[in-house]
Ligand binder design. Structure first.
Ligand code: PLP
Length: 657
């Protein structure tokens, strides 16, 4: 046996087997999965994430195995996996929660929801919701003319509502009037005073009226990221004086009889249930007044805002909610019932426009890690006649190493040594600039400084009080995991509004993650990174991750991102949409891929920017002909270049190993 092969077997046997006392339960707690996973996500004994598309007691799918099966169908990462059973389950749970509340409070009306299309306009998503929501007479909410087209064509149920929000011109309003004659139930919600006149005009043009709603600008307080959706400065809605004027205008145009709905929306992701209660009370009173003014009111639309507990902390912090779905339904039902009963007014059909709460759970984004950065903290071997700066750094390192890791550490001692290290490192830089230190010596200085940092950090856990300065050292030493992903495309809210999503490896969860790291994406934008992670009501800048293994994929999942992300994602750096699949469980315990939506090719994204892939190829062909003629490029190599370019245009914008 050669020494080399002996070394190889040695290192192999030195790899610790998975017999440490780390369990999958530890991972579940560490990543908060036990808190945010609801009934849909858990960890199996292989250390992989299990998905239970129909809730915990049903069939489970091993997410890592699934990813491998999809990859062997040439559906490469990054990949968006949509579990349509989860979408259906969320829809059912929302309706069941309202039904339960209606029974409990003996509410004499019903609940009838709509899905706000802007939350996820994807054809298969909206179609799926229309199919599984049919027996609930589930409808849609449109916020633009294009969304109205989707809603008009997809709602086939004459009882389902079509709530028309957003800016409206006359054509928008005329379309809704005609759709009413088609047998649909569109309700035009007046969001701005200027729309009243347009509704009156459109009704005169056609000689028929639409169903009309009013969006109230509530003065109840709000909070959270979308708090500005209410109050005097809100973008939409009518103030109380404006509501009164509107009612009179409708009355004189003979349209008051078509005013049926009152709508409010206090903003997305309501964190604190108290906010909803205030809004409900205020809206309840306005509803009663509208009845008194003579409108045959029928619907109270409480808008969206039903929140998601992204970190599972059940708190009123931004990534969480201090209420459950059932609490929400109970409050809506009980508050409105109380309001109406006290005034002897028939209770309305309750409508909600919950988007986030329906669409968040069902899609999981999985991406692979391409590589990981490491700080160059290897201690360089001692050379003869080392410059003083290098010797100083070596001495500092030796001093830090002398401090025991196990007993209580005096942090001022660590701080002092670290200050020295920084000082010597600065000296090394100055000396390099002035030409006294060579490149290899500068490299040694850097390595020794990083080695000092590492030793300091290893002793921090034994300090009773960690100085701020030293705390940041941990972050500087953390690894950057390079992700095959564009956050601008697939998780734009993490960048735009600092939203948190649960992010964690989907395998190796029976191994203790001993590294700390964050993610950098494929874009050349320094903002293209994920550096904020859920931490049970708080936020942590680093995530516990595993060391990469050679020749083995490390696969990360981002969860609860089914609402808003995909559509708001953009083509920054020309990274296009990822592959996505829609998956359904089958009766025999397997699954089928109902839809496979291939991600954008490079030709797609070039065309989106008005480039012509064919013309682009042709220009390069001409250039390569020239190079062949001048003898700089062989014909075979020119062909090879063209093959690469042609293939590349047909392939996805992401990296493939
Ligand atoms: C965005 C929006 C919704 C959806 O809000 P969620 O928080 O996703 O439930 C509902 N109604 C209106 C008017 C909206 O603008």
């Amino acid at each position: 046996m050669t020494i080399e092969s002996a070394l190889k077997t040695l290192t192999k046997t030195n790899v610790p087997p998975n017999t440490n006392d780390w369990s999958v339960e530890d991972s579940s707690v560490l990543y908060g999965l036990n808190r945010w996973g609801e009934n849909y996500f858990s960890i199996n004994q292989k250390g992989h994430i299990n998905v239970s598309p129909k809730g915990s007691n049903n069939k489970k799918i091993d997410l890592m195995d699934l990813v491998q099966e999809l990859e062997s169908r040439n559906l490469k990462l990054p990949l968006l996996i949509r579990f349509d059973d989860i979408l259906e389950d969320r829809l059912n749970r929302l309706h069941e929660a309202f039904q339960q509340a209606i029974n409990q409070y003996k509410y004499k009306g019903k609940y009838q929801g709509v899905f706000p299309i802007k939350c996820n306009q994807h054809r298969h998503v909206v179609e799926e919701l229309m199919t599984c929501g049919r027996h609930w007479n589930f409808g849609l909410e449109a916020g633009s003319k294009a969304e109205l087209l989707i809603a008009l064509s997809l709602i086939q149920d004459s009882k389902a509502l079509l709530i028309c929000n957003g800016y409206k011109d006359e054509r928008y309003i005329e379309t809704t009037i005609l759709a009413r004659q088609l047998g649909r139930q569109p309700i035009v919600v007046i969001e701005q005073t200027t729309e009243v006149q347009r509704i009156i005009q459109a009704s005169r043009n056609i000689g028929a009226a639409p169903l009309i709603g009013i969006r109230a600008k509530l003065s109840s307080r709000s909070s959270g990221r979308w708090g500005a959706s209410v109050g005097a400065t809100a973008k939409f809605g009518l103030s109380i004086p404006e509501i009164l004027t509107t009612v009179e205008q409708l009355r004189s145009a003979n349209l008051l009889n078509d005013l049926r709905l009152l709508h409010f929306h206090v903003g997305s992701q309501i964190n604190d249930i108290a906010i909803l209660k205030d809004a409900l009370q205020e809206a309840g009173q306005i509803y009663i007044e509208l009845n008194r003014l003579g409108a045959p009111m029928q619907y109270l639309d409480v808008g969206g805002g039903l929140g998601i507990d992204y970190d599972g902390s059940q708190t009123s912090t931004e990534a969480s909610t201090n209420y459950s779905l059932q609490n929400y339904a109970n409050d809506v039902v009980a508050t409105i019932k109380e309001c109406c009963e006290a005034n002897s007014i028939r209770v309305p059909t309750l409508v909600s426009e919950s988007g986030r709460a329906i669409a968040s759970h069902f899609s999981v984004l999985v991406f692979n890690i391409l590589s990981k950065s490491v700080v160059p903290a290897k201690i360089p071997s001692i050379k003869e006649n080392e410059p003083l700066i290098i010797r100083n750094l070596r001495e500092t390192l030796a001093l830090i190493k002398k401090i025991s890791k196990n007993t209580e550490v005096n942090s001022s001692q660590l701080q002092e040594s670290w200050n020295d290290a920084i000082k010597f490192q600065d000296d090394a830089l100055s000396a390099f600039r002035l030409g006294y230190l060579g490149l290899s010596e500068r490299a040694m200085a850097e390595q020794l400084t990083w080695a000092c940092a590492k030793e300091v950090v290893e002793r921090l856990s034994s300090c009773s009080l960690i100085p701020e300065d030293l705390k940041t050292l941990r972050y500087r030493l953390a690894g950057t995991y390079y992700a095959n992903l564009s956050i601008f495309r697939s998780a734009p809210d993490t960048w735009a509004i600092d939203q948190l999503f649960p992010i964690m490896p989907i395998h190796r969860l029976n191994e203790e993650p001993k590294q700390l790291g964050h993610f950098a994406d494929l874009t050349c934008d320094s903002d293209g990174k994920l550096t904020r992670f859920i931490d049970n009501g708080q936020i942590k800048p680093l995530l516990e991750l595993h060391e990469l293994k050679p020749n083995e994929q490390y696969v990360i999942g981002m969860f609860l991102g089914g609402a808003y992300q995909e559509v708001m994602g953009n083509l920054h750096n020309l990274f296009g949409s990822t592959n996505s699949v829609h998956l359904r469980l089958t009766k025999d315990g397997g699954y089928t891929l109902d839809h496979v939506v291939r991600g954008n090719t490079k030709a797609d994204v070039l065309e989106a920017m008005e480039h012509d892939p064919e013309a682009l190829l042709e220009r390069l062909r001409i250039a390569s002909e020239k190079a062949i003629q001048s003898g700089n490029l062989k014909i075979g190599d020119a062909q090879r270049l063209m093959d690469h370019l042609e293939t590349s245009l047909r392939q996805s914008t992401y990296l493939h190993e």
